[in-house]
Design a protein around this ligand. Structure first.
Ligand SMILES: *Cc1c(COP(=O)(O)O)cnc(C)c1O
Length: 435
């Protein structure tokens, strides 16, 4: 392809969308530490009842590739896949260093982030089980919006339990879900026993993700529905590898092989979805040579200060415990705007890879990140989500290093989402005045 414009933007034709997801469990050097149930099997029992059945089988599968059903592939195309791989030329110029920066643009999908990649799969399998409805929790609303859209495209009713504080503070994302026909409930709600109990104790309970998870699971259980999970667990990351498999093909087409991989970690699903297909090749070859960097928020410092141990994935303690880097399931994160990074722990698979020293951790505070997001918007023209913007200081770090050493580096960044619904938050921190 030489010097053609195709080296600046690589698109795949619809027919080349991956036909299998990639499962990292096939290539880990040893088995992943299994979930633990401190309640004598009750938590696992609940999980088995509320989660779609086929994906539950994937959770422990060591098959390397799992076929993507045609119904899901077709809807991937509809919502904007394959997403382009875009070279950040203007940002490279700004950094003035011998680096090539490739962004895998998950914000080009209809809901504006990578979350639709698994939402479509989960809803498809829920429907296959004959579910009458699907439920989930959402904080800032990205995951809820993805489940709402996936449900619309499969014609099934979605009930989204949205943390009450966000329900009131983030109406735009709620309207997005309602536009897609979902019922959005401020959590805690009167719809579940758990919610009613909390509201009786405190009618002004602000809610939390943990509470919303418990409510969503209870509501699914009692109403013939299925509960769908938006990150952390192996199966969710498996579904999200469609992005990384595309990126691999796109880089092959232009003859590039990245040296450094950079992505943010909420629960770890965009990170794993983008990079596991690359990491898997290296694990199989017996040598991990690339640099893999996981970035978080310093306000929620799990990737830099977390402890690798068994912990609850939810504050309601209804789900089985997982071995993860965690800062504690009762850690109350400060109210930062990168809502997707406020989760307290790192996915078990990614935690395992971190524990083996294959992945470096970084974190950055909101002010630093938002200022760089503004620079990036001006030089590159794209407004990243607050979560996604946490990759920017690391890109700069790698660029500065390349400048010092004179060594050329190719960087692949998982660009998890756009920030067009987060402009109010940028305005707040960057001082543009009130909306
Ligand atoms: C949810 C979200 C994240 C973090 O979640 P992961 O499961 O770690 O990917 C990152 N970026 C965006 C834009 C998000 O919406």
């Amino acid at each position: 392809m030489g010097k053609s414009l195709s080296q600046y933007r690589v698109d795949l034709p619809p027919d080349e969308i991956p036909d299998h997801w990639y499962n990292i469990l096939a290539d880990l050097p040893e088995p992943l530490p299994p979930p633990q149930d401190p309640d004598n099997g009750r938590r696992l029992e609940l999980l088995k009842k509320v989660i779609p059945s086929e994906p539950l089988g994937f959770e422990f599968s060591t098959e390397r590739f799992i076929k993507i059903p045609d119904e899901v592939r077709e809807r991937y195309i509809q919502v904007g896949r394959p997403t382009p791989l875009i070279r950040a030329r203007r940002f490279e110029e700004y950094l003035d260093a011998p680096v090539k920066i490739y962004l895998k643009m998950e914000g080009y999908t209809y809901t504006g982030s990578h979350k639709i990649n698994s939402a479509l799969a989960w809803v498809y399998y829920a429907l296959k089980d004959g579910a009458r409805l699907v439920t989930t929790e959402t904080g800032a609303g990205q995951w809820g919006a993805a489940v709402a859209l996936a449900s619309a495209l499969f014609k099934v009713k979605a009930h989204i339990f949205m943390v009450k504080a966000s329900y009131n503070a983030k109406p735009l994302r709620r309207f997005q879900m309602q536009m897609y026909g979902a019922d959005v409930h401020a959590s805690p709600s009167e719809l579940t026993e758990f919610g009613r109990r909390l509201l009786k104790e405190n009618p002004n309970h602000p809610g939390s993700l943990g509470v919303a998870i418990t409510e969503a699971a209870e509501y699914a259980l009692n109403n013939g529905g299925k509960y769908v999970v938006g990150s952390v667990i192996n199966t969710d990351i498996l579904f999200k590898t469609v992005a990384g498999l595309e990126a691999k093909r796109q880089l092959e087409l232009i003859g590039e092989d990245p040296d450094v991989m950079i992505g943010v970690v909420g629960g770890g699903s965009n990170w794993g979805g983008a990079f596991y297909p690359f990491m898997g090749d290296e694990l199989r070859s017996g040598r991990v040579r690339r640099r893999y960097i996981a970035v978080g928020a310093s306000e929620v410092p799990k990737v830099t200060k977390g402890v690798y141990k068994y912990d609850d994935p939810d504050t309601g303690r209804v789900l089985p415990q997982l071995k993860m880097y965690t800062i504690g399931s009762d850690f109350i994160p400060p109210p930062i705007y990168a809502g997707g990074l406020r989760y307290h722990a790192v996915a078990p698979t990614l935690s395992y890879l971190m524990s083996k020293g294959y992945v470096e951790g970084r974190d950055y505070d909101q002010d630093t990140v938002f200022k760089m997001a503004q620079v990036f918007a001006q030089v590159e023209g794209y407004i990243p989500a607050p979560e996604t913007a946490h990759t920017l200081p690391v890109i700069k770090e790698i660029a500065d290093e390349a400048k010092r050493t004179g060594e050329r580096k190719v960087i692949l960044v998982s660009f998890s989402g756009h920030g067009l619904l987060d402009l109010g938050n940028f305005a707040d921190v960057l001082g543009f005045g009130k909306a």
